[in-house]
Write a new protein. Sequence first.
Length: 101
Amino acid sequence: MKTKVRFDNEKLQYSSILMKALAHPLRLKILEFIDSQGIINVNKIYNTLKIEQSVTSQHLRLLKMAGVLTVKKEGKFMHYSINYPVLERAESAVKNYLATI
């Protein structure tokens, strides 16, 4: 018997980006901090967490690309907040997967 496995390449690509974004300890720390603050600018993130500005920006860029963060520009400041529906779907997908193994 031959089994056919089909993947939706677009969904697989997005899932890979999302899981990579969520699989890094520093990005999780940044997300926890943003969650505790609601909406916050990048300066407050790197100053409070004592992370270099460039490193913080790189991590925020990956989280934004994955859809985990929303960004609102006000003047010269970028304000970040969590896109909770994306995190909830990711959590649900992981729980469903773990239930099958």
